[in-house]
Design a protein around this ligand. Structure first.
Ligand code: SF4
Length: 67
């Protein structure tokens, strides 16, 4: 089973709140755009990914489990 962090890009306004919770997974680049550093969330980062999903004010993040 693989857990992926998925961005619904039309909803994301690049405010960067999620990057505070999970800097290993998410970054705001020099153009103020969100970058997903690791789409696949390893177990050790799952709690941080869940926190990022929770704090996104646009509800633009979700975790999807595959496999
Ligand atoms: S908190 Fe949500 S809206 Fe803001 S950059 Fe992250 S995914 Fe985009």
């Amino acid at each position: 089973m693989v857990t992926k962090l998925v961005v619904e890009w039309p909803l994301c306004d690049g405010n960067g709140v999620c990057t505070i919770e999970a800097p290993e997974l998410l970054l705001i680049d020099d153009n103020d755009n969100l970058q997903v550093l690791n789409e696949i969330v390893v177990n050790s980062l799952l709690a941080k990914a869940e926190a990022a999903v929770r704090v996104c004010p646009k509800r633009a993040l979700k975790l999807v489990t595959e496999g």
